[in-house]
Design a protein around this ligand. Structure first.
Ligand code: AMP
Length: 423
């Protein structure tokens, strides 16, 4: 038997309903914030990621699915969505249109990571990007968008972690100080970190190794090295968030695993998720578009993994109810009424509610069981005597009541019951 590759998942019909609902929330909230969808290719030229994500990052060093196509070009399955958005922004000259450009994407990403709960080799990310403004108001806006998504999904007990990693100007001074500090303790660092001290010491900051973490606890903080512009940006963002009632924790060890970030970096965490508790992460990337050969255009954004988001939503205190429910299941007492059942199901579908009926000629009892399996909100029962009188029985599957409704008004009745049920 051929099985699916390690780190990938089949999403079966029993769970795709949840996925669709989450995607709908992501799209609805994005549209409320005036972000429009962008769709970029699943594979890109490898150089797009090496130049932006960074040569010394985990993603580029060991996680990319890179292959040569038949013409010998090096291509990579996209490991993340921001660099492709930057490339599309330049290639399609979006910088010459109205600014800022506010886009979101939803699609699969690929990283050759060690699979574990909440970490896959193929996973789906939603991301939002705002290009064309360096105002801290925009950092705040994308943070609000991220938090609004969590809130809409019932994830209210998240924590926002915030840091600034400065700009290339002030980061240089910090890099020196950090290299000096880490250099003096190099022999105690893990192999990966020892290698990184000379090449990209900031990468050491997000090492998960316990000995490295203990050394890092005493390390110099980037926040003490910010230049006036970066400091002001960070303070203004803090004031905006506080003014809007958004609490946050400043976390000087938060650097994020991609090189293109400048100034603001943030993560939203949900501790019950355990080791992989970062539901989403993002930040500002003022140098990315220019690094890709475009004009100097600032940007800010974030990405969230849908697998982790769904895990959190399902584990959370207020999981949205009734995500997967069928609005109405049409049952019939004898086979002669199967045709009427199809007709009524079709009338309901045309009226905008989800409906189904028995297609296997089962007993009424088995049909009611099927209705429960679909978590139907309501069932319609067609009996010969009632049908002859021009009525059907409508039953509330949640409350247990049932009443007769004229067949001519059945769509109206089910539509209004479904709406009242807050679908
Ligand atoms: P990143 O693109 O690394 O900044 O990650 C942003 C978000 O994507 C994380 O907070 C996760 O929710 C999700 N994510 C990243 N890598 C994976 C992975 N290998 N499997 C599942 N979700 C992931």
């Amino acid at each position: 038997m051929i099985s699916r590759p390690k780190g990938t998942e089949d999403r079966l019909p029993a769970e795709t309903g949840k996925w669709l609902r989450v995607e709908r929330v992501l799209r609805d909230v994005s549209e409320r914030f005036n972000y429009r969808e962008i769709r970029t290719p699943i594979f890109e030229h490898t150089e797009l990621f090496t130049r932006t994500v960074g040569e010394t990052t985990d993603i580029v060093e060991k996680e990319m699915y890179t292959f040569k196509d038949r013409a010998g070009r090096s291509l990579t399955l996209r490991p993340e969505g921001t660099a492709p958005v930057g490339r599309a922004y330049i290639e399609n000259r979006l910088y010459s249109g109205p600014q800022p450009v506010k886009v979101y994407y939803i699609g699969p990403m690929f990283r050759y990571e060690k699979p574990q709960a909440g970490r896959y080799r193929e996973f789906v990310q939603y991301g939002a990007e705002l290009l064309g403004s360096s105002s801290p108001l925009c950092d705040a806006e994308v943070i609000f968008l991220a938090v609004e998504i969590c809130n809409t999904l019932g994830l209210t007990e998240t924590t926002l972690h915030l840091n600034s990693i400065g700009c290339p100007g002030c980061r240089e001074g910090y890099r020196k100080a950090l290299t000096e500090y880490l250099g003096a303790r190099e022999s105690d660092l893990c192999d990966d970190c020892r290698r990184r001290v000379g090449r990209n010491p900031l990468r050491v900051l997000d090492c998960k190794n316990e000995t490295c973490r203990a050394i890092l606890a005493e390390a110099p903080s980037m926040l003490d090295y910010l230049c006036t512009g970066c400091k002001e940006h960070f303070e203004t963002l803090g004031k905006i968030l506080t003014g809007m009632g958004m609490s946050y924790r400043i976390d000087p060890s938060l650097v994020r695993g991609l090189d293109y970030y400048t100034r603001t970096v943030f993560e939203v965490k949900w501790p019950p998720l355990g080791a992989q508790d970062a539901i989403l992460g993002g930040g500002r990337y003022d140098g990315l578009v220019e690094a890709l050969g475009g004009p100097s255009v600032p940007g800010v954004g974030f990405a969230v993994g849908l697998e982790r988001l769904l895990m959190a939503v399902e584990k959370g205190k207020n999981p949205p109810q009734g995500w997967d429910r069928l609005d109405c299941f049409v049952c019939y007492v004898d086979d002669a009424l199967a045709y009427r059942a199809l007709e009524i199901a079709n009338r309901l579908r045309a009226a905008g509610v989800s409906a189904d009926f028995d297609q296997l000629g089962r007993s009424l009892k088995a049909q009611m069981k099927q209705a429960s399996r679909y978590e139907a909100r309501h069932a319609i029962i067609l009996g010969p005597e009632e049908t002859a009188r021009g009525v059907a029985t409508v039953r509330s599957m949640d409350e247990g009541w049932q009443r007769e409704v004229p067949l001519s008004e059945i769509e109206k009745e089910i539509v209004s019951l479904t709406r009242a049920g807050g679908r």
